[in-house]
Design a protein around this ligand. Sequence first.
Ligand code: NOJ
Length: 760
Amino acid sequence: MRELRRRSLLSAIGGTAVAGGGFTAAGTGSAQAAPERPGRPDPKIKKLLERMTVEEKLGQLQQLPWAVATGPGGSETKDVEDAARAGRLGSVLNIFGAENSNALQRIAVEESRLGIPLLFGLDVIHGLWTTFPIPLAQAASFDPEVTRRDAEISAKESRSNGVHWTFSPMMDVTHEPRWGRVAEGCGEDPYLTTAFAVAKVEGYQGEKGAGLAGKDRVAACAKHFVAYGGAEGGRDYNTVDVSESRLRNLYLPPFKAASDAGVATVMASFNTISGVPAHADSHTLIDVLRKEWGFDGLVVSDWNGVDELIAHGFAEDGADAARLALNAGVDMEMASTDLAKHGKKLLSAGMIGERRLDEAVARILRLKFDLGLFENPYVDEGAAIDKPSARARKAARETAARSMVLLKNDGGALPLKKSTGSIAVVGPFGDSEDLLGTWTFPGATKKFPAGKVLDAVKRAAPDAKVTYAKGVDAEGRDTSGIPAAVAAAKGADVTVVVVGEPPAMSGEAAARSDIGLPGAQEKLIAAIAKTGKPFVVVLVNGRPLTVGDWLDAAPAVLEAWHPGLEAGNAIADVLFGEVAPGGKLPVSFPRTVGQIPVHYNRESTGRPYAADNKYTSKYLDLPPDPQFAFGHGLTYTTFELGGPKLSRDRVSAGALRKGDTVEVSVTLANTGDRTGDEVVQLYVHDIAASIAQPVRRLRGFRRVTLDAGKSTTVRFRLGAEDLGFWTNDQDGAFRVEAGAVDLYVGDSSEAKTKRRLTIT
Ligand code: NOJ
């Protein structure tokens, strides 16, 4: 792979592979820029470039961190202000607030020589004031519209506070539940992730071409490019060795779709890609992103990602790092300052080219023009949104409830009756505000923490006697509080046990080697189970968890994830049946850590699992399947799915390539006695292909709400994109091959009902 990549670099250097791009590859000094985009020659940008000094150009490539909700004038931010004044700064991250951002903007616009406005970025990942459930939870809704609403509300709240650019959506597919950043993405499937990525980009930016200048728009950032979710062992920032086919089939699709949806920016990832750090990987950043896809937006490094090329053992020093990153396609450097420091020297030595520099600057200026910053650099301080609106709260509550997954519900333990005489709430998260999840805006954490479960249960069942006992802390071995929790459970008709992971246990730099409930929480559940009284478990966590023996003892388990601002209300809505749960798992829950990876979309092996044959792919001490499969989730009613019907059994590969499609339809009936949601899922399995295919691949899903006794027909269309796959060809070859494909339709990735389609 490395050799192949080197060859592609060499051909790029040789000039044969650069038609239409002219990008410089690592190791060369002769740099060229890509031509102006057809149809968008920009005289304003050209003019500005002509007036800029080299220092000012290099300055535009620099993004420096701020001290969040402070204004200029302090010693902490002096360097940033000086750089803005000198016209040697393009962007600032972690700045927030209409007054603060205006004050800094004023320095750039009114005191610098050319008055180029600054671009302000912030990690608004699942809400600013209105914290929505974490992205992984949103994916569990199997309803991309929820993420669109999050993005629309986030965009409004952010822009009114001076933020132009959010570093979201994160679209790293991962098969690693140990990886803390699984919380920030949409789980283990590229198709689901793609649907959410597109909805989120459109939510932030508006439909493609709508323009970014509006007061309710921010530029989005597709991150992290690419394959970051493949970090070995789930340890953050770790190595990724990946075949071209897996890169293209698993990791790239959401980015391609985001690029097609007009995402304004892309962020490089911290990992290596088969030996080459992503920040210096011209194969993905230039060959794929720029040339194949025609992405013409801005590529920003991740935090210190340029300088870290040294630690990666790829660059010799800061100058080398700057050269490698710029020449591989990184336009803006976040936090580290290698380009600003060494750019001029590299330029005079011919190690970076002026056209490449101009190209990067032009992209940054173009985004500033697109955001309307030249005409309107300031925000209206009187119009800054400083709290969640009632509408936003309602959306956050609905989204949280819609994201919950009912993992188990024996004997209809849930929903609880509001008429229940007494309810005990126990567990470290029962009376906790710490349910917002990873990546929450620090201001929001203090001003708008999550609503507590205990309070919401009291509101939902006003006539019940509601007691609370913590039992144990979220972490630590102290079990001295368990007897009080047991007493509370004994004295109540039903107990709600709220357990999980503190938000700091997921997100960036939060890998865990043991993904069970931390501390003594399992002991608490076991003690409650021993009372013999009815109880239900609510999980609040940022990743798939391994569940211990307590699972057998617990009648019902509701996966609530980290639900955000309206945590308490949303959990109560589902517990008491105001909302029927309808979410599905976007990640498989392993039985033990030793079973990882255990994703549903694994590739076929020569010896697939067979119970009666030792010499098949399995662990001796575990069943072959996960504890809970991708796509699993129950509800309070029952559904019946008919067998899938195909509009035809045969289709030619040629016709598919020309845009022909096959319809798959299935009837769904609500056979229970109350309204409920089902997510109908369609999976494909290509039986024999030139590259071993996943045993199942999600290629359609639809969340449907049906009243009791009602039925409907759900239809999917499959085209070339769904039935073909990417090969290992470095230049990108997508193939639709003749042969048989099984189409499974069901309510989880374990769907049994299938029909066969023959591609001729
Ligand atoms: C590092 C993270 O990897 C990235 O996701 C984030 O946007 C930047 N830091 C900026 O905070």
